[in-house]
Design a protein around this ligand. Structure first.
Ligand code: ZN
Length: 414
């Protein structure tokens, strides 16, 4: 018994020309065949009629934080919510992300106090207990004492109580923190190469780890078979991370020409997170951010679009990432319009969220395109995203591994 999707327009392999009037045959959660024309219904087969829709692979967000959602009450919630509460809220965030059309995410770090929520969620989704995207998780972000990602802004004893397992200083500390994340179940390692916007300390957005510490983090991760990614705004930290061998750069806000050259030479991926930049810049004007954060938000926010324009023009590989958790979970697709505003074509932006994202997370043999053998991660939209990319903000059909999670648009089978 098979499920057959009748696709009016099919972006089977984003980056290549769309196909028209094709059928996608799904068996046991995977794509069995992609055939020209609308297949006739055989007995026992289920037909999903998306003949007036644009059908494309499930979207992939390479930068989310499912265990958090930033907002005016964030600081109080951090000390009020138990790890169990965080896990349940994260499940709701995961569901919102999935029904928005994102069938796979990379979770780039829990905050202090979240316990093992992200790993529990990854497992619960994989077992089908709760709906959500397939999750690849970093666990705790590796950060130096006082650095971005370390709990701050409370009394010091409360800060320490909320400390995460990613705090690391010196070569030995860095090696141990990476090993600890791998031991906890991390799929990859995220570290802070520079200061960050949403840290309530006036430490700027420059380099935060010494080069020998960066080398220790990356060498340990690679030894244990894990890719690394660096949170990085300032050019000094971006370049130090690149020279130490990092695999990708998140944000990359102030990358200079030398950084761009290094990224090209080392085939390092850029995950721009323009939505996070736009979100913090808007929050800075609402007035609830502390002074130290507001100053950085106004500086970094508007910069990210310009940076994506330069990195894309230079030919750096871009993978889609939103930093959702800074913005609201489920709003992930708002990133697309910003990518197009930064100079990417709609097709390039879609490829960044499908094929290139799948390659970036090392899972391109399973997801990222609609081809036989891959997971049946398939979405559909009513309007053509190649004409107006904002069509992806209104996903009407979501299938993940052959299971339908949303079906607002398909017509009654005939
Ligand atoms: Zn982030």
């Amino acid at each position: 018994m098979a499920t057959i999707i009748l696709a009016g327009t099919l972006l089977a392999k984003p980056g290549e020309e769309p196909l028209h009037k094709h059928s996608v045959r799904i068996e046991s959660g995977r794509i069995a065949a992609v055939e020209k024309g609308f297949a006739a219904k055989a007995s026992g087969d289920e037909i999903i009629d998306l003949s007036d829709q644009v059908v494309l692979p499930g979207l992939i967000d390479c930068h989310v934080h499912l265990t958090a959602e930033f907002g005016p009450t964030h600081k109080m919630l951090t000390v009020e919510e138990s790890a169990a509460a965080i896990a349940l809220h994260a499940a709701a965030h995961a569901r919102a992300t999935l029904v928005a059309g994102f069938t796979t995410v990379r979770d780039l770090g829990e905050l202090g106090g979240a316990g093992d929520a992200i790993f529990a969620l990854r497992s619960a989704v994989a077992k089908g207990y709760v709906p959500g995207p397939r999750i690849f998780a970093a666990g705790a972000v590796i950060s130096p004492t006082g650095g971005h990602g370390i709990t701050c802004g409370y009394r010091e004893d409360i800060n320490l109580l909320l400390d995460s397992s990613g705090r690391a200083d010196g070569i030995d500390g860095c090696r141990q923190a990476v090993r600890r994340q791998v031991h906890r179940g991390a799929d990859f390692i995220k570290f802070v190469a520079t200061g960050g916007v949403l840290t309530d300390t006036a430490t700027g957005t420059g380099q935060q780890f010494f080069s020998d510490e960066l080398e220790a983090i990356i060498a340990t991760a690679h030894m244990l078979g894990r890719k690394t990614t660096a949170h990085a705004h300032g050019a000094d930290g971006i370049k130090a991370a690149l020279k130490a061998g990092v695999d990708s750069i998140e944000h990359g806000s102030f990358m200079d020409d030398e950084a761009i050259e290094l990224m090209l030479a080392r085939k390092v991926v850029h995950v721009p997170t323009t939505l996070a930049g736009a979100t913090v810049a808007a929050q800075a004007k609402q007035g609830f951010l502390p002074d130290a954060i507001r100053k950085k938000a106004l500086e970094v926010g508007p910069q990210i679009l310009n940076t994506l324009n330069r990195s894309h023009k230079a030919g750096i590989r871009i993978a889609f990432g939103t930093d959702s958790g800074v913005s609201r979970h489920g709003d992930n697709a708002q990133e697309f319009a910003l990518m197009v505003e930064a100079g990417m074509s709609p097709m390039e932006a879609i490829a960044a969220a499908t094929r290139h994202a799948a390659e970036h997370i090392g899972f391109s043999d399973q997801i990222g395109s609609i081809e036989p053998g891959k997971f049946a991660d398939i979405i559909a939209v009513a309007h053509d995203p190649l004409k107006d990319i904002r069509a992806l903000c209104d996903v009407g059909f979501v299938m993940k591994a052959g299971v339908v999670h949303k079906c607002a648009t398909s017509r009654t089978p005939t």
